[in-house]
Design a protein. Structure first.
Ligand code: IVH
Length: 714
């Protein structure tokens, strides 16, 4: 695309007309049909380009330009309802510079001196449908959609069916208009779509459209059956001021009985706003509503009043949008990855594309059934989605664009790494085939072996600094490390001249790695650091040690249970050995451990049944000595039976120590916050878990409060 400054007036005119046409079509699809035709990101970029052209060629600006109006004219199905105060839209910011510009603009407008502080609030931008609720003397009189900003649709009958919306409030205001977003939670959206599909009706594209479609039903009984919810984020006409600041006004609206985001914050400069943005972005995946950015508002209402509006948006607020999370690209190939337990995972190799600000070239395809269900074929144009930190996924293939003759994908019947048969095991309980195909090669499969080694040194297992996935892959490939014990004999082998680690290249983080398969020299320091890091792990805690062995179905949590129960590795190994006999007391003893079921027990027992594993463990035990675990305290503690989650950086102990201690006091330590969580212990820079706990009303303790709680029992 040509930079705007290089356009001739003729080119500018024709592009401007085309843009307005596209924006109008997109608006109609979005607002009237609740069926968007382009992504939010694409829409935003059309608007941005239009605004740039209008700025460069002010004479060409049309009176009916989308940049001077909001939304579109209301659909005809509902009665029209004028807004006593316009419902406006928000200007967008896409990066830090835009946010800094916004603050500078506001300060300039208000003529603030450098030393005068400017408070701004931040809060999530909810991806719903705006609604204005009018209360007269405490009674809900009407509900209206935004429409074109001046006139909306009268959806009062439908609004009356939404539980989150109070029908009556305290009559302290003669007139109070509360504004906010109607939304549907992604979980409710999914359930609704399942119901709609089962009734042969077409499902909604996303929660926002489902909410819009549900609110704009002609029959209020249908709206009533839909799980709609409401968040207040502002107000319209009020007969008397709510407060002096935006923050306090929202607190007041909350106290009147409306749901208000728990993520509302006050900040001062651009740094504060960006850190609020980061906090909200981190929380995004765990929220029960879709959000598409963060809204910043000037906190002082007298300032807001002075700032006023320009065209379609207030000068006192801006929406800092998240980068687009979906993109279209080509599925170039499907590779098979073999995991630590032999699971074959199909991985999409994509033509690189930017999704949510990150270049994506791989995506998970989960398993055979998933590929079949979505009918994804090599060569297809596909929609890739990235949400938060999760691995990118393929949402769908554009089947209408598929080349003729494209074949359905079939998973291989043999392991690509070792050639052993790959099978879908039948679950003995359900009699159903497992969705996952597994390599039957076990110990002879090099792919499984290398994945097990990566797990062995990983952070949650032995946590060896400087020995990551890259290094393991390189050292495995040239036979330097083939089994766990080899990690601990590296120093001796280097010193005896059996191997030469100096032939490895130094990477930017000072670790060792291979360069294109050709070994090159590294320095003494990085290797002596590595040896020190390895030596520091010669006495691992028993739970880490058990976890590191990578038995099937035995992860961090179950390893901890085993460690607490058996206390020494010898006791654990002996029990697993004796428990081969499923009639034995040893087996019953296994199952008696709280949290250990048949699957986990089988994982441990099968591991010890394999002579190769025992030999490898014996060689490892010649190098390392796992420490004795503490006996679980049987005394009642204030936290026994409580479900707790740790998050953030703790000061007086590591998170693992804290978890182990909580476990020994009878608490159930879990990884994620839910409504069942009793306490969240939040250390420094706690992020999404804290936000989620706040949203769910889970009690949040500081590290000090937690220690005080368990003090007498330690
Ligand atoms: S404040 C003058 N705060 O986004 C408009 N709006 O693009 C002030 N929205 O129509 C709006 N979450 O419906 C505000 N936390 C939030 C919001 C929010 C979603 C919607 C709102 C508005 C649209 C603007």
């Amino acid at each position: 695309m040509k930079p705007v400054k290089n356009l001739t007036p003729e080119e500018a005119q024709s592009e401007l007309d085309a843009l307005i046409h596209q924006i109008n079509a997109a608006d109609a699809a979005y607002y009237q049909d609740d069926a968007p035709v382009i992504s939010d990101a694409a829409y935003d970029s059309l608007r941005r380009r239009l605004a740039l052209i209008e700025r460069a060629f002010p004479k060409l600006k049309r009176a009916d330009s989308p940049t001077v109006r909001v939304g579109t004219t209301p659909s005809t199905a509902f009665e029209k309802l004028g807004h006593s105060q316009a419902m406006l839209s928000l200007d967008n910011a896409f990066d830090r510079t835009d946010v800094a510009d916004f603050i500078a603009r506001v300060r300039r407008f208000l003529k603030l001196e450098e030393e005068e502080a400017l408070e701004l609030t931040s809060e999530p931008k909810i991806d719903g449908l705006s609604l204005s609720l009018r209360y007269e003397k405490g009674v809900l009189k009407s509900g209206a959609t935004r429409g074109d900003g001046r006139v909306g649709e009268n959806v009062t009958a439908n609004v009356l069916t939404i539980q989150d919306i109070p029908k009556e409030i305290s009559p302290e205001f003669d007139i109070l208009e509360v504004r906010g977003e109607v939304y549907m939670s992604p979980a409710d959206f999914q359930r609704l779509n399942e119901t709609l599909s089962s009734m042969g009706e077409s499902p909604a594209a996303n929660p926002r459209n489902a909410a819009a479609g549900s609110l704009r039903q002609i029959d209020p009984a249908i709206t009533a059956s839909r799980p709609l919810r409401f968040f207040a984020h502002g107000w319209g006409e009020v007969s008397e001021p709510l407060a002096e600041t935006c923050f306090e006004a929202m607190r007041r609206i909350e106290s009147i009985g409306f749901a208000v985001t728990p993520l509302l914050r006050i900040g001062l400069g651009v740094d504060d706003l960006i850190s609020a943005y980061d906090e909200i972005e981190t929380a995004r995946a765990s929220l029960e509503y879709d959000i598409d950015g963060v809204v910043y508002k000037v906190n002082r209402l007298d300032y807001q009043k002075r700032l006023g509006f320009v065209a379609r948006s207030p000068r006192w607020a801006i929406a800092h949008k998240f980068p687009a999370e979906q993109a279209t690209t080509i599925l170039e190939d499907i590779d098979i990855q073999v995991g630590r337990t032999g699971a074959l995972t199909p991985v999409a190799r994509l033509r690189p594309v930017t999704v949510g600000g990150v270049v994506v070239s791989n995506a998970t395809l989960h398993n055979e059934d998933e590929i079949d269900r979505k009918d994804i074929r090599i060569g297809d144009e596909v929609v890739v989605q990235r949400a938060g930190d999760v691995i990118p996924q393929i949402v769908e293939a554009h089947k209408e664009k598929r080349r003729r003759g494209a074949k359905r994908y079939r998973m291989p019947d043999v392991c690509p790494a070792c050639g052993s048969a790959a099978v879908r095991e039948v679950n003995p309980k359900t009699g159903k085939k497992d969705v996952v195909k597994r390599c039957t090669g076990g110990l002879i499969c090099p792919a499984q072996a290398v994945e097990r080694l990566k797990h062995f040194v990983s952070r949650k297992a032995l946590d060896i600094d400087g020995l990551g996935e890259k290094q393991i892959a390189a050292l495995f490939e040239d036979n330097t490390i083939r089994e766990p014990a080899d990690v601990f004999t590296l120093r001796a082998r280097q010193e005896s001249g059996e191997i030469d680690l100096y032939t490895y290249k130094k990477t930017s983080d000072g670790d060792i790695a291979m360069k294109d398969g050709s070994p090159v020299a590294t320095n003494k320091k990085s290797i002596s650091n590595l040896f020190a890091a390895i030596d520091a792990r010669r006495e691992p805690t028993l739970d880490r040690f058990i976890n590191a062995l990578g038995m099937r179905h035995v992860g961090e949590t179950t390893a901890r249970l085993f460690a607490a129960h058996f206390q020494t590795f010898e006791a654990f190994a002996k029990a697993a050995d004796t428990a081969q006999d499923l009639e034995s007391d040893a087996y019953k003893d296994f199952l008696a451990i709280d949290g250990v079921g048949e699957l986990v027990a089988a994982g441990a027992i099968q591991f010890f049944r394999e002579p190769h594993n025992r030999e490898a463990v014996d060689r490892l035990l010649a190098e390392v000595s796992p420490t004795r675990a503490e006996a679980p305290s049987t005394a009642e503690s204030p936290v026994s039976g409580k479900t707790v989650v740790f998050t953030g950086t703790l000061e007086t102990m590591t998170r693992d120590e804290a978890k182990a201690q909580a476990g020994s006091l009878g608490a159930k330590v879990v990884g994620s916050v839910s409504a069942k969580t009793d306490y969240l212990i939040a250390g420094a820079s706690a992020g999404s878990k804290r936000a989620k706990a706040e949203a769910l009303g889970v009690e949040i303790l500081t590290e000090t409060e937690w220690r005080a709680l368990i003090d007498d029992h330690r």
